[in-house]
Ligand binder design. Structure first.
Ligand SMILES: *Cc1c(COP(=O)(O)O)cnc(C)c1O
Length: 339
């Protein structure tokens, strides 16, 4: 287990100037209202009995695209002016962020182009195409696809919607924090999946402002935890990408990170890393006990509690961030596979 806690900075929101404020998160909540689901907070009887205090699940699996990313993308797109909307959107993500951009564009009647390499699996291509986006296949790597995004922003004036390092995106994800405090005013601990830090940074900005005593804990996989490595190093660093069940948590935080590194460094109480076997156990628990299909990234909160890596000492919330897992892999894990 790896625990990080900054010595000199107590993680409280009122002592520092946050790059994203509670006021911006509350504005985002008004802006995206009616376009995204206000997801339920559901009691977990089994986990509550196991840890001896109430544990609730924030089910972002119930968003129309199956993951929370719609909140940030929708807030960013709704913040664009008419000219930018007319020219259209572009991104290179084929995961939950790509789905979110495609969905938001369709909902608002805006064109979206998703750039991807020829190696992206057909099921992912079709999932994005089904949301009405234009698909542009370029090259054989994610870097090739990202270069095409940059070409299209320059040549056609398309707007790239960033997956996490953007104040509007962070504010959109932070609306989850406002909702959990509304629904569980006595919460003491929030467990948040952590990759680029848009989700954890946004939630921490909201929760730590509304309830300075609450703990916000980021959870990543042991394999390639970029924010954890960056905070340990004191600056954004790259980590080697490895295959993991929590594929939505892969990738770096960007060496020129502007927003989420500072936010996570200032506000997260700790970062906990979970193993592949612990993530698999989390996916199994979610399916067999809670009746929820979760992807690896959505299972890390279960993994952190069930492994004992996070000690729960009062009312807790697990952010169940997404459910988009390949059904074949889900079946294998339910049947007992570990990775
Ligand atoms: C993107 C994503 C995360 C991590 O969010 P960040 O803002 O990059 O930290 C967690 N879970 C799921 C399902 C995701 O799609």
């Amino acid at each position: 287990m790896t625990i990080m806690k900054s010595e000199n900075l107590s993680p409280s929101a009122d002592k520092i100037l946050l790059p994203v404020s509670l006021a911006e998160i509350e504005q985002a909540a008004l802006r995206i209202h009616g376009h995204v689901a206000r997801t339920p907070l559901v009691h977990s009887l089994v986990l509550s009995e196991r840890v001896g205090s109430p544990v609730n699940l924030k089910l972002e699996t119930l968003q129309p695209i199956g993951a929370f990313k719609l909140r940030g993308a929708m807030n960013a797109v709704l913040s664009l002016d008419g000219g930018a909307r007319n020219r259209g959107l572009v991104t290179a993500s084929t995961g939950n962020h790509g789905r979110a951009v495609a969905y938001a564009a369709r909902e608002l009647g805006i064109a979206a182009t998703i750039c991807m390499s020829s190696l992206v699996p057909t099921n992912k291509v079709e999932a994005i195409r089904a949301l009405g986006a234009e698909i542009r296949i370029v090259g054989t790597s994610q870097d090739d696809a990202q270069e095409e995004v940059e070409r299209l922003t320059e040549s056609r004036g398309l707007t790239a919607i960033p997956p996490f390092d953007d104040p509007n995106v962070v504010a959109g994800q932070g609306t989850i924090g406002v909702e959990v405090v509304e629904d569980m005013p006595d919460l003491e601990t929030v467990l948040v999946p952590l990759s680029g830090g848009g989700l954890a940074g946004g939630i921490a900005a909201a929760v730590k402002t509304l309830k300075p005593q609450a703990r916000v804990i980021g959870i990543s996989m042991e394999r390639g935890a970029a924010m954890h490595a960056s905070i340990s190093a004191g600056r954004p660093v790259t980590v080697r990408e490895e295959e993991t069940l929590a594929d939505s948590l892969g990738g770096g935080i960007g060496l020129a990170n502007r927003v989420t590194f500072d936010l996570c460094r200032a506000l997260l109480d700790e970062i906990v890393l979970v193993s592949e076997a612990e993530i698999a156990a989390g996916i199994r628990h979610a399916a067999s006990v809670e009746g929820v299909t979760v992807e690896g990234a959505g299972a890390v909160g279960f993994a952190a509690i069930m492994s004992g890596k996070v000690k729960i000492t009062g009312p807790a919330v697990i952010i169940v961030s997404g459910g988009n897992i390949d059904p074949k892999i889900h079946r294998l894990i339910i049947d007992g596979a570990d990775a």
